[in-house]
Design a protein around this ligand. Structure first.
Ligand code: ATP
Ligand code: MG
Length: 402
């Protein structure tokens, strides 16, 4: 009996490029800048190109802004080449292809690792998040001897060096540029993006999904003056108030924001520091007696939990909110959206408005934002306001609207 031999599968396991990825691949320019919205397929198009270059005998680098992102691509490229007779070096994070081509994965976080021989091709993934010197001082010289090519893939990150190169690309020989929104990935359902838009502050939407370069000031809350329309000294009747509380630590303030759950007007705020925890709880209790909130949301991290427990035992309707890397951006972005859309009204008062105006966000290379006050400034009222707004949305108290 003749044994039938299955042919050995020898191909790279990557998807076929979508229609807009084909446009990028089809450009033969030496340096290509591709700025796209989230999930457009930047990393996939980079992987398709680098794998084809390595199969073609080229010496290639993949450069990522952080160690974790480099690790992620390393795992994906190993998996994509599993049916090929490649040699894998874990130590060098390098794949050697039959025919002499190779791919090494590098992290731009440690520029000392970015040394080596001449390159034919380099992919810089999320390039805008790399230090400005990486391209001109480290990568560009490595392309000299072999007249190597570079593919820059990124979402926008303010008007930094990447934006400058993008602006110049149309008039500079050997450069080409592309700009795509997240809608330009035909594999994404546009209705999904429409839904994200509804729940995303405009600045984030423009940058992350529409791939527009915005000013780099990082201001989180926009339209503050327009949102400052709540009357001073309002005193609603019935249990329709809610509180947001941020506990002070060391030199920080404890902040309390009182909001009307029906009109979503800020009614009052208070902040104080350097008093004992029992005095701080007493002050909260006094505000409780005055406003009779139906629910109080308070940060439960560190010192929050025992304070909340003590107040619960006194019978206050206080609930914990745990601030985490995931919950904080959602909390802050909901507040930013509410201010932008005038869904809440602020009262005049320099401390609250200043804290909101100074609050900053920093885009992270892997996506998402980190939120904080600039060093030396406070954000207690921002957090307390965000928690009060959260209370109006998520608490299901028995409010009497008498
Ligand atoms: N040509 C393609 N065929 C099939 N799926 C694709 C293709 N291009 C991208 N995808 C899929 O779309 C999603 C987004 O792709 P990818 O991670 O490359 O996008 P990205 O722009 O790098 O996203 P991020 O902004 O999150 O870094 C992934 O699930 C990926 O597998
Ligand atoms: Mg990516």
């Amino acid at each position: 009996m003749r044994r039938v031999r299955r042919p050995i599968k020898q191909e790279i396991n990557l998807p076929a490029p979508h229609i807009n990825q084909v446009q990028v691949i089809a450009s033969g320019e030496r340096y290509r800048l591709v700025v796209c919205g989230r999930r457009w397929g930047k990393t996939v198009v980079g992987q398709i190109e680098i794998a084809n270059a390595a199969l073609d005998g080229k010496a290639c680098w993949w450069v990522a802004p952080t160690y974790n992102m480099a690790e992620h691509v390393w795992r994906e490229l190993k998996s994509a080449s599993r049916d090929l007779p490649v040699t894998v070096s874990e130590r060098l994070r390098r794949l050697d292809f039959p025919g002499g081509g190779w791919i090494a994965i590098k992290s731009a976080h440690t520029p000392d690792n970015l040394r080596g021989a001449g390159l034919d091709f380099v992919v810089l993934d999320e390039a805008a998040f790399m230090e400005p010197a990486i391209w001109p001082q480290i990568i560009r010289p490595m392309l000299l001897d072999k007249q190597g090519h570079a593919l820059f893939l990124s979402s926008p990150h303010g008007k930094n060096w990447f934006w400058e190169n993008f602006t110049r690309a149309t008039t500079t020989p050997n450069w080409d540029r592309f700009q795509y929104t997240s809608y330009d990935n035909p594999l994404i359902d546009p209705a999904e993006l429409d839904a994200i838009r509804l729940s995303t502050p405009d600045r984030i939407w423009q940058e992350e999904y529409m791939a527009r370069f915005t000013d780099d000031s990082g201001q989180v809350f926009r339209g503050l003056a327009e949102a400052t329309t709540a009357p001073l000294h309002a005193q609603p009747s019935g249990q329709r108030c809610v509180f947001g509380v941020d506990w002070g630590r060391e030199n920080d303030y404890t902040a309390i924001v009182v909001m009307d759950a029906v009109t979503r007007h800020v009614l009052a705020y208070d902040h104080f520091n350097q008093v004992s925890w029992s005095l701080q709880r007493g002050r909260l209790r006094a505000l409780y007696d005055r406003w009779q909130p139906s629910v109080i949301y308070a940060e439960s991290n560190s010192i929050g939990a025992p304070n909340i427990e003590a107040l619960q035992q006194e019978g206050l309707p206080i609930r914990p909110f745990a601030t985490t890397a995931a919950s904080k951006p959602a909390l802050i972005e909901a507040l930013a959206l509410a201010i932008e859309r005038r869904e809440i009204a602020l009262i005049p008062g320099q401390t609250l408005i200043d804290e909101l105006a100074n609050y900053r966000m920093e885009r992270l290379p892997a996506g998402g934002y980190r939120y904080a006050a600039p060093s030396g400034l406070h954000d207690d009222l921002v957090i307390a306001l965000a928690l009060a707004y959260h209370a109006t949305r998520y608490a299901t108290p028995s409010i009497s609207f008498a």
